[in-house]
Design a binder for this molecule. Structure first.
Ligand code: AMP
Ligand code: MG
Length: 321
């Protein structure tokens, strides 16, 4: 549906998005089937940057209508290993949107109070309200990723021992699917991005963090040790992507070795999703239109005497001053 005055996404980019979406029920094999360095070869880097800038503008327009409609909320989840570009993608893609309509929440190692609750609890508190975009920088998916790779995290959770069996991952996948179905059934759209970085590119970005003074703050020694678990993480991601990409809450595997391509892909998927909601500004009723005309006429006669005008308006509405 074309809306006058709105910028539309370039057709080749639109067509391309299906490539990233994980079809529900497919067995994902990141190592053999997904190339983190993929850049599509349908758009040059400079053109991609321009298309991304246009995409960011379009997103700002879509968000304005999402906010005005106040019917749907949009939850966007980012998962990916350290240095995959989660923070910078969020920063760039959301640069144009009205801050009032967006909340970003970063999920870290759970603290004592969080561990005292079920694992979805802390994320529930951060869900977007209708009209808003909620961004999760990491999410409840950590519960089938880092917790699976490091069983000591599961040990710290106060679960009854008999529930800490091997079936816990299958159960969690099911619980997450049910939870996301519930969100979608309540008008909260769920969109999930896995930023797929290669081990070589991660090394390069870690070295930059160590060598460039302005990036030193991002460096964490623990991140380097996580590289020893690369294959375990990949298996955990394979299982997550194979099991939790659903028709109502799909995963998108985004090649993440080239940031310019990652940004274009992410902004395009978000726009495509919002476009599918056919968001328009709320219709104004005949009564509201008449009230607008009357109010405008009154404003035009306004002599600048605010106190007098307020009295006049009150009198007209039959209110006591
Ligand atoms: P960062 O994103 O670099 O700020 O790091 C956050 C850290 O918190 C990462 O190492 C995550 O794996 C970790 N984390 C996030 N959620 C959980 C969780 N539910 N259980 C254990 N660790 C988590
Ligand atoms: Mg980190």
């Amino acid at each position: 549906m074309d809306i006058p005055g709105v910028i539309y996404m370039a057709a080749p980019i639109k067509k391309f998005l299906d490539v990233f979406r994980v079809p529900p029920g497919t067995e994902i094999d990141l190592r053999n089937d997904y190339n983190p360095g993929f850049v599509g070869h349908f758009i040059a880097k400079e053109d991609a940057e321009e298309a991304t800038a246009e995409g960011i503008q379009l997103l700002a327009q879509q968000q304005d209508r999402l906010y005005a409609r106040n019917t749907y909320g949009l939850l966007i989840i980012f998962q990916g290993l350290d240095a995959a570009g989660k923070d910078s993608t969020i920063k760039h893609v959301m640069a144009g949107v009205n801050p009032q309509g967006v909340q970003v929440t970063s999920f870290k190692v759970p603290g004592a109070e969080e561990l005292d609750h079920d694992y979805l609890w802390r994320t529930c508190m951060a869900l977007p309200r209708r009209g808003n975009i909620g961004i999760f920088n990491r999410s409840y998916y950590e519960e089938v990723l880092v917790v699976r790779v490091h069983p000591e995290y599961l040990e710290r959770q106060g679960l009854p021992p008999k529930l800490k069996d091997q079936n816990i991952w299958t159960r969690r996948f099911q619980e997450i699917n049910n939870f996301e179905q519930y969100l979608v059934d309540n008008g909260i759209i769920v969109l999930k991005f896995f930023l797929n970085i290669s081990k070589e590119e991660q090394k390069k970005r870690f070295l930059e963090r160590m060598e460039e003074p302005d990036k030193n703050w991002k460096f964490a020694a623990a991140d380097i040790r996580e590289r020893d678990h690369w294959d375990d993480y990949r298996h955990a991601f394979d299982a997550m992507l194979s099991t939790t990409s659903t028709p109502y809450a799909p995963w998108y595997i985004i090649p993440a070795d080239h940031k310019w391509f990652t940004r274009l892909a992410v902004v395009s998927v978000i726009n495509e999703t919002l476009d599918g909601l056919h968001l328009t500004y709320p219709e104004v009723t005949q009564q509201q239109k008449e009230a607008l005309v009357a109010a405008k006429a009154e404003m035009e006669q306004d002599d600048g005497d605010t106190a007098g005008t307020v009295q006049k308006v009150r009198k007209k509405r039959g209110k006591k001053s």
